[in-house]
Design a protein around this ligand. Structure first.
Ligand code: NAD
Ligand code: AKB
Length: 321
């Protein structure tokens, strides 16, 4: 069942890269007073804080989370609170506690209250043995703790659907590129930092090698895909929380070249660090035919369109236009 006008929606991780934009998008489509932005320590973006209700809670605090849900009488949850790949390698135990422990709490409450749930996965579920173009169905052997938690999360979501009938959906987002909120500590963050450095300094030292190719997506497409999946008729879905979602695939040097064509004098140097090994373990691209067939997924932004839009918005924000 698609989200109804009167439904009350909770977004966890609402201060994050995706949460900031998802809350704003949901408040454009539904009554703003029905969209609750939940955050922990990172403050909400000013327009998110000012535009509707918010709540402070930690997803590893089961009692506190259940209280927030009860107080706001929540029907649908977009569960975005998580630790990403770089943070996960710095503190693997915390990554498990937040990403798996937190998800368990959210799933239990969803079952009790018959909520609909969106819970994203990541291309991090794949590992070094995944084919270059990751199939929808393939053995999942990630080599990062973040990837391990995302595989566990997909399986938990499927279990809650099969055992309890919870309507839980999710996509394996590629690396997301956006300008409204900073990224939260991932390997694909280079593809955002490069824009800021290009406009600020005219140069960037990239932490992955020029030949590093990864699946990427512009945030506009990610938000459209998220809402599209949540709006799809339940009966049309054969998959639930593990849809591959594709948009573009480029090498770090392709991105640097596209920026150099638009920012005169921009140069990019390369000094791969520990994040290179994480990037090397992920595929180049994904086969997203299941998302296209089951709920009509189709991306709008390729590399050139994304670079134009990023530069336009960042220049506008910097007052350089
Ligand atoms: P982010 O790091 O920008 O935001 C996550 C938010 O969760 C942060 O504001 C953080 O403060 C909050 N958080 C962390 N621990 C918490 C806890 N214990 N309780 C409550 N809040 C907590 O992440 P994002 O990029 O917005 O990612 C959102 C989701 O999308 C995650 O599940 C992530 O794995 C997934 N994803 C993101 C990308 C991407 O490129 N951004 C790609 C693939 C998947
Ligand atoms: C990360 O790099 O950790 C995230 C992701 C691809 O899940 N952006």
């Amino acid at each position: 069942m698609p989200t109804r006008e009167q439904d009350r929606i909770l977004v966890t991780g609402a201060a994050g890269q995706i949460g900031t934009e998802l809350v704003l998008a949901l408040r454009e489509r539904f009554p703003a007073g029905n969209v609750v932005a939940m955050y922990r320590s990172t403050p909400l973006a000013p327009e998110v804080a000012a535009g509707g209700p918010s709540a402070v809670s930690d997803v590893t605090d089961a009692k506190g989370y259940a209280q927030v849900v009860a107080e706001h009488d929540i029907d649908t949850v977009y569960h975005l609170a998580a630790i990403l790949s770089v943070g996960g390698e710095q503190d693997p135990k915390k990554c498990w506690e937040v990403n798996v422990g937190g998800l368990l709490t959210v799933l239990e409450v969803a079952h009790e209250r018959q909520q609909r749930l969106f819970c994203p996965s990541s291309i991090a579920v794949f590992g070094p043995n995944t084919p270059a173009v990751a199939p929808q169905e393939t053995p999942l052997h990630p080599t990062t703790m973040y990837g391990v938690t995302k595989v566990a999360g997909e399986i938990l979501c499927d279990y809650w659907f099969q055992r309890y009938g919870v309507d839980v959906r999710g996509v394996r987002y590629p690396g997301l590129i956006s300008w409204k909120a900073p990224p939260g500590g991932g390997t694909t963050d280079y593809a955002i930092a490069i824009f800021h450095a290009a406009l600020r300094d005219g140069s960037y030292e990239c932490f992955v090698s020029p030949a590093t190719r990864l699946p990427m997506m512009y945030m506009d497409d990610a938000i459209r895909g998220t809402l599209g999946l949540m709006n799809a008729p339940f009966k049309a879905l054969n998959h639930h929380a593990d849809f591959n979602l594709g948009a573009m695939s480029f090498k770090a040097s392709d991105l640097a070249d596209a920026i150099a064509q638009r920012v005169p004098g921009f140069t990019c140097s390369y000094a791969p660090d520990a994040r290179q090994a994480i990037a090397n373990s992920w595929p180049d691209a994904v086969d997203d035919s299941a998302a296209r067939d089951e709920w009509g997924w189709s991306p709008r932004f390729g590399l050139e369109e994304m670079v134009d839009d990023m530069l336009e918005n960042l220049r506008h924000g910097l007052g350089t236009e």
